[in-house]
Design a protein around this ligand. Structure first.
Ligand code: IMP
Ligand code: MG
Length: 180
């Protein structure tokens, strides 16, 4: 099987330009709210592209942030969440007393973000806020809302800009819906 850069079976939901504009606006909102230096906690893998753009947008807008990474997984190879969240790779920073901004790709059931927020609060972070690229509010199983949301979408499975379906499509510069 070969694959090319263009994937004809994917319908664009948000173009690279739309995403770039929205990320810059999100960074401005965050900078307007935050006075402390942030530790940006990036939830891998799905948010790595978004987070890379967001931290550079924060810097452009006058806020320098430190970064750290955590890997959480709730999905197997399919499009259904397994329901439980696993921490498969932990942070390297001590979060006690820090102002944290958790960055993740999609808020769906809410389990991933609820787990991340609770974990960082238990470790003594002084504040924990959340920034999500996408929100599927109709899919919530846990009562939680993000502090910052890029785009609110219908409950369809999206790929690109870091998001995968069975490990594919993360490198697409836009966000799209796999057809069929
Ligand atoms: P939650 O714990 O149900 O909120 O799941 C959120 C996680 O599920 C996200 O961080 C993604 O990794 C994954 N996810 C949910 N919806 C999608 C999607 O449409 N495309 C790719 N990954 C998704
Ligand atoms: Mg994820």
């Amino acid at each position: 099987m070969t694959s090319t850069g263009a994937s004809p079976e994917i319908k664009t939901l948000f173009s690279a330009d739309q995403i770039a504009e929205r990320v810059d606006t999100l960074a401005k909102e965050i900078v307007a709210d935050e006075t402390d230096e942030l530790l940006v906690v990036i939830i891998l893998k799905g948010s790595f592209v978004f987070a890379a753009d967001l931290v550079r947008a924060l810097e452009r807008n006058g806020a320098s942030a430190q970064v750290d990474f955590v890997t959480l997984s709730s999905y197997g190879m399919g499009t259904e969440s397994s329901g439980s969240v696993n921490l498969t790779h932990d942070l390297s920073e001590d979060v006690a007393g820090r102002s944290i901004l958790i960055v993740d790709d999609i808020l769906e059931s809410g389990r991933t973000i609820a787990f991340a927020v609770e974990t960082l609060q238990k470790r003594g972070a002084s504040s924990v806020k959340t920034c999500l690229l996408l929100d599927k509010p109709t899919q919530r199983k846990v009562s939680i809302e993000a502090d910052y949301v890029g785009f609110t979408i219908d409950p369809e499975f999206v790929v690109g800009y870091g998001l995968d379906l069975a490990k594919r499509y993360r490198g697409l510069p836009y966000i799209g819906v796999v057809q069929g």
